[in-house]
Write a new protein. Sequence first.
Length: 360
Amino acid sequence: MHLGMVIPQSGPSGIFGPSCAASAQLAVEEINQRGGILGREVTVTTIDGGAPVEQVAAAVSTHLGPSCGSIPRFDAVVGWHTSAVRRRLVRVLRGEIPYVYTAVYEGGEGARGTFMTGEVPDAALLPAFEWLSQQLGARRWVVVGSDYIWPRATAATVTAHLNADSSPTQVQSQIFCPLGTSEFGDVLDHIEASGATAVLVLLLGEDAVQFNRAFGARGLDGRCVRLSSLMDENMLLGSGDGGTRNLYSVSGYFESLATPYSLDFEQRYVRRFGVAAPPLTSPGESCFEGVTLLDELIRRAGSTHPRAIEWAAGESPVYTSPRGEVRFSARHLRQAMYVAQADGLEFDILAQVGDPSTAA
């Protein structure tokens, strides 16, 4: 069985690539040690999901016809990449093979044959806003995001929810920056003048690293908390200790998550790749999660046929993963969510928030 693994190897999200690759490799190796998927050995071709959208789509398309020489046909696609890439791949794949999308995203995807494991705003950000408002008094927010689907749609969801009533927590303004932005002077000027007490950071990968550095250097970390649903240990390392003060993240997985499930996963990961392996991050672990979900659905379906897999997904299977006991329902993974605070170059988990059954 041949998987197309679409993960970032370049661009702003390339910072996640090594962790994604290692985690996916571990999942595939463990499945093969158990006899493969329905008795078939799993092999992988990796495609750079950080490349331009049409380039990614073209690369995947070459693997959708009959196997020919060195170009194997994909039986499924799994990966972490932007929502722009996801939307294009949905059209390319047309539900003819299973597609497991693992990234945190804006929610709402319902295409046939497409299955999501990533966090969505209703389940992650909205409970995190409530927690930060209650615990820290973070009520006047500015959104700073990259200019593409996930940040814009997520900001719209958050703003509609917070600004719909007389809640003391409000989004005052939104700023969207081109992908690849490294200079944030005007953005910081706006935040400084706004009187905001909190910033929702929806910047992609390396762009968020540059923003964190500039934010700390300006001294805004003394008056504003920052929250993101895409802020992993790689980004903390890139941001440096001076860029992570009063920085919070919400996610279904952190390297510092100390549950029996996560600790067992970490032990297997270190045993396979060593202590110098890429950090175990949420984007990386999500690729393990995606391959695991694919295996789970096909095993329950007893077939790789898309209709059989759709049936298996519709049965709302419950299984265990590094994130704990999870349930797959309505094309999305229902999972526990955690708010964590950056503590130097790692995260200190503060609370579990929200309801794992929250709709996507």
